[in-house]
Ligand binder design. Structure first.
Ligand code: R5P
Length: 288
């Protein structure tokens, strides 16, 4: 196994805690979806959640406008690929949008680059990952490889596809891979020689569904979650987040976590409904 530099170890520790697990809050959706429902005003949406996360995954513009520079105890992973919007036929036509040098100036713990395996721009997105990894290596900056599916490959969330995409991200040199959960996920984990975090995907019907997704991911060997919509689009974001955290860091069962979540639901933990979601808002926020 390669010996990791002090700088990279320290940055990874800002994301992955001493128990080897991590709760990442993904709020980067606006980089192609704009003011996504539940994240219309990021500074307000994330404030009650910050005490329960290990790191944030977000775009550079939301970091500098919506996260206090005095924030301590939380790492941040900056989105480094992008370049299209939800209005495009698909969302895989990405380039790099952030250099490692700028990420370091923003004190990032890592950068995140998406690959779209099987999509029209697969090759280009793989080169994005490779370029970012080579760039980041100059600064001992970790890279999170994101196996994105976009619109076309959305139905491909099964173990053969996810193992292919995750393994390729690891082969290119990603330090952590973010992918989706699927049946037989143990195999995806076993075939990917770097730590895996699981994305939440579009909002699920119940809290039990979110907790089960988390529990099964951890049982299958994921080191944690990098979850967004299932936290901040829920009615009680801080409550469900604490339930997820209990599974990831405290080995809680689904029932124990659900009991915790239910006990935390009150007027003070209810999500501030700043804008009512239209059918179009809901459809847009489920495109990937
Ligand atoms: C795309 O918007 C991003 O890569 C998200 O960070 C990722 O999809 C995780 O967020 P969610 O749990 O909402 O799927």
């Amino acid at each position: 196994m390669a010996i990791m530099s002090w700088g990279k170890q320290n940055r990874l520790h800002q994301i992955i805690k001493s128990d080897g697990h991590t709760v990442m809050l993904a709020i980067d959706h606006g980089y192609f979806m704009g003011p996504t429902h539940g994240m219309e005003i990021p500074a307000r949406a994330i404030r009650p959640l910050l005490p329960y996360i290990d790191s944030l995954m977000l775009s550079p513009g939301i970091l500098t406008t919506s996260v206090p520079a005095t924030l301590g105890g939380v790492g941040w992973v900056l989105r480094a690929s992008g370049g299209n919007t939800v209005l495009d036929p698909d969302i895989d036509n990405e380039s790099l949008i952030l250099t490692a040098a700028e990420a370091i100036r923003l004190n990032a713990s890592a950068i995140a680059v998406s690959i779209y395996i099987g999509a029209e721009h697969q090759h280009q997105t793989l080169l994005n990952l490779s370029t970012a990894i080579n760039d980041a290596a100059q600064y001992n900056l970790p890279v999170l490889g994101v196996t994105a599916v976009g619109k076309k490959m959305k139905e491909k969330v099964e173990k053969r596809y996810l193992a292919l995409a995750s393994r390729i991200a690891a082969e290119f040199g990603a330090d952590i891979v973010k992918t989706y959960y699927c049946d037989g996920f143990e195999e995806v984990v076993a075939k990917t020689p770097v730590p895996i975090v699981v994305a939440g995907g579009p909002k699920l019907a119940t809290y039990r569904d979110v907790l089960e997704l988390t529990y099964r991911s951890i049982q299958a060997g994921a080191i944690g979650v990098d979850m967004g919509r299932n936290i901040w689009q829920s009615d009680y974001p801080a409550a469900i987040l604490q339930g997820v955290r209990a599974i990831v860091h405290e080995k809680a069962s689904v029932d124990q976590a659900l009991e915790l979540v239910e006990g935390l639901q009150n007027d003070s933990t209810r999500r501030e409904e700043l804008y009512v979601a239209t059918a179009e808002d809901v459809a847009i926020s489920s495109v990937h």
